[in-house]
Design a binder for this molecule. Sequence first.
Ligand code: F0G
Length: 344
Amino acid sequence: MAGLIERYSDRLPFAAGDPIISLDEGSTPLLYACELSERLGVEVWLKIEGANPTGSFKDRGMTCAVSGAVRDGSTAVVCASTGNTAASAAAYAARAGITCAVIVPDGKIARGKLAQAVMHGARVIGLRGNFDEALRLVRELSANHPIALVNSVNPLRIEGQKTAAFELIEALGPERPLDALAIPVGNAGNITAYWKGFTESSDQLERLPRMLGFQAAGAAPLVLGHPVEQPETLASAIRIGDPARGEEALSAVAESGGAINSVTDEQILEAYSFLASRDGVFCEPSSAASVAGLIVHGVPEGVERIVCALTGHGLKDPETAIEVGGEIIACEPELAAVEAAVWG
Ligand code: F0G
């Protein structure tokens, strides 16, 4: 299967002969969620973005951002990250043979993401500060040095990520496209990208899905209407208090007739467990905010077919999973003990 830039060459800003840095991202499954559909009383589909090469949707944007950096002659890339952007940037930079530096809030990113960034050979910088401070610093850094910024403030990230919307329309068909998209919102790049992809696919606004964005209650600047100085949530990927693309996210919500709401950590964990134990899909806690949002706030009137963007794989954050999941049953290596353990 070809990577995104090849598949959508007519809709992405690359020309024949441009260098392409790809790990065969995209083409992720769109899975029908039997149990969740039953629970919500509507047709719910899951866009499994954890099936991307580094386990999150960031790869869609990163193939474009790193290809663009190489095309422009950059030999180094940098990003601020809550983890997934760092893992993805590190992998694509390794593939390109260029230097990568990632700045992450020290001690606040999930272990799997950290493991990826160090293994791909990035310089991993643990900032004694939060994501918003890290983003401010990398913006300044890239303005003053020849190092390409690959956060979603880079337009090529949005270009790459809009392809997820193209895939949804291809998969569901033009006859009966989706009525709504439920999506977690952090720095607000992804909701912006999906909306760009949808609007580029059709000029009939009324046929486009409503954008339903969800933030964690402790990090919900777009719901509150002002930045949050000290964002807090166990959904560490979306622990962001001042989203760079907040205005665009609010426009997407308004133009599509959608909404932006918040969910508590408890509600996120309930949805996270439900998806894993009932529908067999293990996503990371931040991703489950989209599902929690539908459970808590309900499905809007007139919406019959909905897609939840499950943005990252559950294995990214093994610590939360082990804390939330069931206990491990200790057992002696004897048949009777195993029988007792298996049947309780
Ligand atoms: N879900 C996951 C798993 C994420 O990693 C992120 C963002 C989001 C949702 C929110 O997407 O920022 O475009 O609104 N992660 C970034 C990072 C911030 O650094 O990995 P957004």
